[in-house]
Design a binder for this molecule. Structure first.
Ligand code: HEC
Length: 142
């Protein structure tokens, strides 16, 4: 009787365990396929809204050489961002993406024939610092 009970019990335990394993196996599919997006999403979520006060100095150091101290642009170097429709209509995240990548003169979307270097040519800038710069640029928009 006792050994029979023990056998039944082990069958139940085995079944539960097998079901558990099966559900783990199929459950793995979803996180694995979504896994590709997970780091990007987490990274974006970790970004704070830009701080314009912090962005001002960073802008002057990394962007003003081409875009001018007041972001009105320097002919042949960088565009006016105070009247830029592009800047006005893009989200902070889209402008971050643009700034990270820059724009080569042979890019069909380039509007001036001049290169916008990735991160304005300052690889030390973090994503958060660029968000701060973008917040500062927003304050200069007309
Ligand atoms: C070496 C010069 C240079 C530096 C430094 C520079 N840019 Fe630019 N930037 C350009 C040029 C040139 C363009 C125009 C590209 C084109 O023709 O589409 C541009 C375009 C842009 C645009 C798009 C404007 C529009 O209306 O299309 C943004 C936004 C921008 N820059 C942000 C920045 C930020 C932020 C920094 C500093 C981190 C920076 N740039 C530093 C040269 C520069």
């Amino acid at each position: 009787m006792n050994s029979r009970k023990a056998l039944m019990l082990s069958v139940v335990i085995f079944t539960v365990f097998a079901l558990f394993l099966a559900s783990c196996g199929s459950g793995e599919q979803t996180p694995a396929s979504g896994g590709g997006q997970q780091p990007g999403v987490a990274k974006k979520a970790a970004l704070q809204k830009g701080d314009a006060a912090k962005g001002k100095d960073l802008y002057v150091q990394s962007c003003s050489a081409c875009h001018g101290p007041d972001a009105t642009g320097i002919k042949g170097l960088g565009k006016d961002m105070t009247t830029s429709e592009f800047v006005r209509t893009r989200t902070d995240e889209q402008l971050l993406e643009y700034t990270l990548k820059g724009r080569t003169p042979d890019d069909p979307l380039n509007t001036t024939g001049v290169a916008m270097p990735p991160k304005g040519g300052n690889p030390a800038l973090t994503d958060q610092q660029i968000m701060d710069i973008i917040a500062h640029i927003r304050t200069l928009q007309k």
